[in-house]
Design a protein around this ligand. Sequence first.
Ligand code: F6R
Length: 224
Amino acid sequence: EGSVYAAGVIAKIIREKAEKGEKAVIGMATGSTPKSLYDELVRMHREEGLSFKNVITFNLDEYYPMEADSIHSYHYFMRKILFDKIDIDPKNYHIPDGMVPKDQIKKYAAEYEKMIEDAGGLDLQILGIGQNGHIGFNEPGSPVYSKTRLITLDNNTRIANSADFSTLSDVPRMAITMGINSIMNAREILLMAWGEAKSNAIKKSVEGKPTEELPATLLQHHYN
Ligand code: F6R
């Protein structure tokens, strides 16, 4: 039900923008949470004619280092679950490049931010949440003004994500993620969380004091 609701929010933005001849700019998340959302968008595309021709997307994050073609990459995830099943123009979706040489990441991250800005900024950002309150891969301690950057993953994030890998040591130790500030600049934010494992992080995010120690609490400062 939550995914159908979220898909409805996205579809409304896409259709309203299409009527005006404008692009819809959507921030995408990966992980287990949005899978049912993407299934619903694919269904709307196939059965209701929802077109993604006017859609530009930016994904929150990618492991580092990570080849785009690896089955563990978020590039692969997004293509397989969504992009290859809809009519989005491949040049309109963007996912951080997990193979940028380390000494060029700063420049690359600034370019990623610039691309979002040039597209007109995010109309909507979709988020999941880590059990430690991370959004994107902004782990506890991520500054409120942070932008896209390289980050070291928390051990509990690596453990949570290890189900997708053969062993824990195969889970990358780093990721490139949009920052808290990049997320907060979206005109609307929709955070999805399913199941009891997320209840503690959600309780703190909604009822706790905003703190960089639990990044999702910072969303309390967003106006929409
Ligand atoms: C993924 C992302 C992460 C996940 C979070 C929850 O792009 O940015 O913040 O949303 O780790 O992951 P799942 O949905 O697998 O529980």
